[in-house]
Design a protein around this ligand. Structure first.
Ligand SMILES: [Zn+2]
Length: 672
């Protein structure tokens, strides 16, 4: 069989990849790697060139083959692909555990460190240090029985986390609300109504069919005048994959959550940590749990009084006590009244093609590159486009697939993922390729997708991740781009990019009224900027609620007892929240960041990196947002270096000092 997943071509052969290719390709690659590693060890390889380089090459090939599978499973989910993906998860986990626990391999790396440590470059030294750390985290020195148990735990964890995701996806798609009386939809934006009408038509029904995709959910929460409709969608959203709501028990993640927490705790203690929170910090910038909790509590002390004032003001505006499903609606009203700025009124100024062109201009000016559409590259869906990234002189730097619209069978949210990592090692060379994914409302008829400013920020955010990956100059894959970057520093480039979408210098580049072509009028721009700090306290405590819940859940786990999911959440809410959700709220059951994504005992990373990004952007505010020298320093010290150096060192090189929290507080309007 000619398996497209095993092709040497740079880009995935979308169109040729079928579910049937997945398992044979992965089995073949894993067998090849196992044989390759055994041969290396048998030959006594223990030098950078003879050991590390071949291993980096093997793992680059494996990652490159798996990437389109994992991507398609997320954006073009089907029963066949899901089954193939799930069949491979245990194989991959078993392989990684085996690798991490290979004592002979670990000893060979140790020899590289001992014999060549002084002569290796900083990038190479980092690769070896990371590898030695990861051997320790995988339990390389454990006795055989405990090693085996660690492997079994990791394998079950991967499967349980994938099942958690599936449950959320299935529960989300299973729900819809059929509406026949237009009055029930009062206040909803025209594009939401049109999509709901199309959905009803496609289902052979009259009226409107509301689904639980993110754009629809957010539109209803923010704009639906009828409280009953808001409550209806709110309940469906916060009870997904739980023991409550209209599909109660059908995809209940409750038992999986308990199992996931227990497995993580067991894995962490097997390799010598007190709990999973400590294990998680072993690879992060933050030093220990006390530093993380202290950081979050400091932010809570500053933001909670502001949040309480803001919430009291909101209830005064509404003239009544507010339920959780009222907050976004009345906040939007208050924001309109106070600042005369509404996300919906801004949409016509942000047609997607204009925003993209402006964003490309910003990136080109900052980093002296060009971004050019390339229609000759095979894509996996008609909505997807491919772009080349070139230096000014035309040298190729990389490329990306852009997949921006919500559609069925596509995971919600927005993210960047590595399609191909950069490699530049003896005998191997590949440019970095990225996937950039959002879930914006698709174009309707002739009209392009019109973005809210919030969605513009999302786009800038993901491009921040994308260009961290794409502009890397590192040639060793395990520390190129975002690889090897501590999780609590990885949001630095993304949140940094968001800052540009608020600036006078940038808004005219990314806005043009869909009919008149006029840029965002100056006074609207000023009001939009003023809105940045609107309810900053409430926004901050919400993030702190998630971060503290996640961190405490992992830090305070007691083996042998059921995890205190609801109890911890209630305590955290008592400490920081101002909006009290109803009893039926089961938000944790669909909290994918923490239960199935990479943010376990790491959700605090968003706030942590926001400190870094606000402070880094401060350098641009001081010198001008397009200041060439500042941009080049950011490019050379941070973006191009990826995970090849210590994150704190990189920051200090760029900023000339360690990060400070004040720029973030000023940005949020929370400075004393
Ligand atoms: Zn991000």
């Amino acid at each position: 069989m000619n398996n497209p997943l095993l092709s040497d071509a740079l880009l995935p052969a979308f169109g040729a990849i079928e579910a049937g290719h997945v398992e044979p390709a992965m089995r073949e690659l894993l067998d090849d790697n196992r044989a390759g590693i055994a041969a290396l060890l048998a030959s006594g390889a223990n030098r950078w060139d003879t050991l590390v380089v071949p291993l980096e090459r093997m793992h680059h090939r494996l990652a490159k083959a798996w990437s389109p599978v994992s991507h398609l499973n997320g954006v073009m989910n089907s029963d066949a692909l899901r089954a193939a993906y799930n069949a491979c998860l245990p194989l991959l986990t078993a392989y990684h555990t085996e690798l991490g626990q290979n004592a002979e391999l670990c000893a060979a790396y140790q020899t590289v460190a001992d014999r060549e440590g002084a002569t290796l470059g900083a990038e190479q030294r980092k690769v070896v240090d990371n590898a030695l750390r990861d051997f320790r985290l995988a339990g390389v020195s454990l006795p055989p029985q405990r090693k085996q148990r660690f492997g079994a735990v990791m394998e079950r964890l991967a499967t349980a986390q994938a099942k958690f995701d599936e449950n959320v996806l299935d529960a989300t798609h299973a729900w819809s609300r059929h509406v026949t009386d237009e009055r029930d939809l009062e206040g909803l934006p025209a594009n939401t109504l049109r999509r709901a009408q199309d959905a009803a038509g496609a289902a052979g029904r009259d009226g409107w069919l509301l689904s639980l995709d993110a754009p629809t959910y957010q539109a209803v929460m923010t704009h639906a005048a009828r409280e009953a409709l808001r409550r209806d969608l709110y309940e469906a959203w916060v009870t997904r994959a739980s023991d409550r709501g209209s599909h109660a028990g059908q995809w209940d993640n409750g038992p999986l959550m308990a199992e996931i927490l227990a497995l993580r705790h067991e894995a962490a203690t097997l390799v010598g940590f007190a709990n999973f929170a400590e294990y998680s910090l072993a690879t992060k910038m933050a030093r220990d749990p006390a530093e993380v909790l202290g950081f979050l509590q400091r932010l809570a002390r500053v933001s909670r009084p502001a949040a309480q004032r803001e919430f009291a003001e909101l209830e005064r505006h509404a003239g009544r006590r507010l339920a959780a499903w009222d907050v976004a609606y009345y906040s939007e009203q208050l924001k309109n009244q106070r600042l005369q700025v509404s996300e919906e009124a801004l949409r016509p100024y942000f047609p997607l093609p204009r925003v993209l062109a402006g964003l490309f201009t910003v990136l080109s000016r900052l980093y002296r590159i060009r971004i050019v559409a390339n229609a000759s590259v095979a894509v996996y869906h008609p909505d997807v486009r491919y772009f080349d990234v070139l230096d000014r002189d035309g040298t190729a730097r990389g490329g990306f697939f852009l997949d921006l619209y919500a559609r069925p069978k596509k995971r919600g949210g927005a993210w960047m993922d590595e399609c191909v990592g950069r490699i530049e090692l003896a005998g191997s060379s590949a440019l970095p390729i990225a996937y950039l994914v959002c879930n914006f409302s698709p174009p309707v008829g002739e009209q392009p997708s019109l973005l809210t400013h919030h969605e513009v920020l999302t786009l800038f955010h993901e491009f921040g991740h994308g260009f961290h990956h794409l502009l890397t100059r590192v040639g060793t894959p395990s520390v190129a781009g975002i690889n090897g970057v501590p999780w609590d520093a990885v949001e630095l480039p993304s949140q940094f990019m968001e800052n540009f979408a608020w600036r006078d210098e940038v808004l005219p580049l990314i806005s043009a009224h869909v009919e008149s072509g006029a840029p965002l009028p100056h006074e609207m721009l000023a009001r939009l900027q003023a809105s940045r700090t609107f309810q900053a306290g409430m926004q901050t405590v919400r993030q702190l609620e998630f971060a503290l819940f996640d961190f405490r859940l992992h830090a305070e786990y007691v083996p042998g007892q059921p995890p205190r999911i609801a109890g911890t959440l209630a305590e955290v809410r008592d400490a920081v929240a101002v909006v009290r959700p109803p009893e039926f709220n089961r938000f944790a059951h669909s909290f994918q960041h923490v239960f199935s994504g990479g943010y376990a005992a790491g959700y605090y990373s968003y706030k942590w990196a926001e400190v870094l990004s606000a402070d880094a952007f401060g350098a641009f505010e001081e010198r001008g947002v397009f200041d060439g020298a500042t941009a080049r320093r950011f490019l050379h010290a941070i973006l191009e270096r990826g995970g090849s150096r210590d994150a704190m060192e990189a920051f200090v090189e760029f900023r000339g000092r360690p990060p400070e929290i004040e720029p973030l507080l000023r940005q949020m309007g929370l400075a004393a």
